[in-house]
Ligand binder design. Structure first.
Ligand code: AMP
Ligand code: ZN
Length: 483
């Protein structure tokens, strides 16, 4: 598979340390609030990538962290801890907040058919591992103690900026805007591995360490968690594009310095979902969540379809109109699949041909938009309904749009509606003013006739006549008028 590699700035063949096996790591959510649908765009695309790798014959071990400590409101080392901020907002403990929003995150993932990674590790669960890494970085001179905190010394690296060609000054300004300078740092980009001294003394979660009671920086968690569960050689690391700097840059710095060899050759970054007025954010205006989509009557999988229609490396603009267009296209696709008849047997040669067509698109830097168009080619193909359904089911292992089940449900719904309208007994008021009491009697009369209870039918007719109602039978119903 060819996948763009942000570390080399090229589309490259994915090469793995162990043949046919991918050790994959994905940066997980910071669980201080609900995920917005922008965050979930990243997870949808990473989910498709993982599923496609499996479809292509790799075994995959996918690991993800849950950030429940250490992520400050600035991605550099300043600001308030996001978790603490969430706990204060909701008058709960940090651990309660973490549990609640972790569960909410996975509930959203389930609705979007995002598979749970093989390993999910909350950051607070591996403190000893981070301490071990930091101890070695201090021993080998890659880290230093200053003002009670432990910092990584970026001047010890030959190459710090991996993902971009920005110069140091530009990046430093971007990161530091509006936040105080940490005077303990020897170099602008040095970052905290372990905090003991911070501006917020009410930090809820603290652990003992050789450097005093404190807590880990944000970046060290991903290195620690990945090395524990993916081993020393990671094949593929993913995240949203905002993670590239400083988070991923710092992950590489500390992991390679600790390991003494290259760590992860392939980096995949998902571009942002934006609103028309810019970056999606949890603090700005109406906060776009999966629950909000549902409240407005959208099927979460229509949002997944919307994401798959565009390339993961292009930023995507969210508007309700764009989503409505995706809903229309998704429903049309389902209607077409619902019209297929499962008959004629499966032609395995045709099935292999379309699987290969799909792979060709997906092998080209995960081109999901083109992958989706293969579905339309399948619908038009000259082959049996059973073959088409088999291919659609195959491709949906990766796309996860629930195509077969939803189409079957639609087919049943259509059949029930058709049966109902075919057999329905309609009562028409000739003067256009329906009357429930009279119409109920007319229906009872029809039921009695159907049951061959003609005496009862006549009795009801006489009762209606006594009320001045004349009933005329018409196909599938009756009409009535006052005389
Ligand atoms: P967070 O919960 O803030 O740590 O972010 C979780 C994931 O969502 C990270 O991989 C981010 O890079 C990604 N992310 C954040 N904002 C967006 C966005 N607007 N569009 C796509 N991905 C995003
Ligand atoms: Zn990470």
């Amino acid at each position: 598979m060819y996948l763009y590699n942000s570390a080399t700035h090229k589309k490259e063949e994915l090469k793995t340390h162990t043949p046919n096996h991918v050790e994959m790591y994905t940066c997980g959510p910071t669980v201080y609030h609900f995920a917005h649908i922008g965050n979930l765009r990243s997870y949808i695309m990473e989910d498709v990538l993982e599923k496609y790798l499996r479809f292509a014959g790799y075994s995959v071990n996918r690991v993800m962290n849950i950030t429940d400590v250490g992520h400050l409101t600035s991605d550099a080392d300043e600001g308030e801890d996001k978790m603490l901020k969430g706990a204060k907002r909701e008058h709960k403990s940090v651990m309660e907040i973490a549990q609640f929003y972790t569960d909410a995150f996975f509930a959203d993932c389930q609705k979007l058919h995002i598979k749970r990674p093989d390993v999910v590790q909350p950051a607070t669960g591996l403190i000893d591992d981070y301490i071990k890494i930091i101890t070695k970085l201090l021993d080998t001179g890659y880290a230093y103690l200053a003002g009670g905190n432990v910092y990584f010394d970026t001047s010890k690296l030959d190459r710090y900026y991996i993902f971009n060609d920005h110069n140091e000054e530009d990046l430093a300004v971007g990161v530091r805007e509006g936040v105080e300078e940490d005077t303990n740092k020897k170099n602008k980009n040095d970052f905290v591995l372990w905090f003991t001294k911070s501006k917020f003394e009410d930090q809820a979660l603290k652990w003992d360490s050789p450097w005093g009671v404190g807590y880990p920086g944000w970046h060290i968690e991903c290195s620690g968690i990945s090395m524990k569960y993916n081993g020393e050689y990671l094949d593929l690391h993913c995240g949203g594009v905002d993670n590239a700097f400083p988070h991923h840059t710092n992950e590489i710095a500390q992991s390679e310095s600790y390991l003494g060899h290259p760590w992860c050759p392939h980096w995949c970054h998902v571009a942002h979902l934006n609103t028309t007025d810019g970056k999606m954010s949890k603090s700005k205006g109406e906060f776009l969540t999966v629950s909000l989509l549902e409240q407005k009557g959208y099927d979460p999988l229509a949002y997944r379809f919307f994401c798959l229609q565009s390339h993961y490396r292009k930023s995507l603009v969210f508007t309700w109109e764009n989503l409505d267009n995706a809903v229309l296209a998704y429903n049309k696709l389902l209607a077409k699949i619902a019209n297929l008849k499962d008959e004629g047997g499966v032609d395995e040669a045709v099935r292999a041909e379309y699987r290969a067509k799909f792979s060709k698109e997906m092998d080209n830097d995960l081109n999901t938009a083109m992958g989706v168009t293969v579905l339309y080619d399948v619908l038009k193909a000259k082959t049996s309904g059973a073959t088409k359904l088999a291919i659609i089911a195959d491709l949906d292992e990766v796309l996860s749009l629930d195509l077969i089940a939803k189409a079957a449900a639609l087919r049943e719904k259509n059949a029930a509606a058709a049966a109902q309208s075919a057999g329905a007994f309609t009562v028409i008021a000739e003067d256009g003013t329906p009357d429930e009491g009279i119409e109920n009697l007319i229906r009872q009369r029809a039921d009695a006739k159907k049951a061959k209870n003609f005496a009862e039918a006549d009795r009801i007719r006489d009762e209606l006549k006594a009320q001045g109602i004349e009933v005329t039978d018409v196909p599938n119903g009756a009409k009535w008028k006052r005389i």
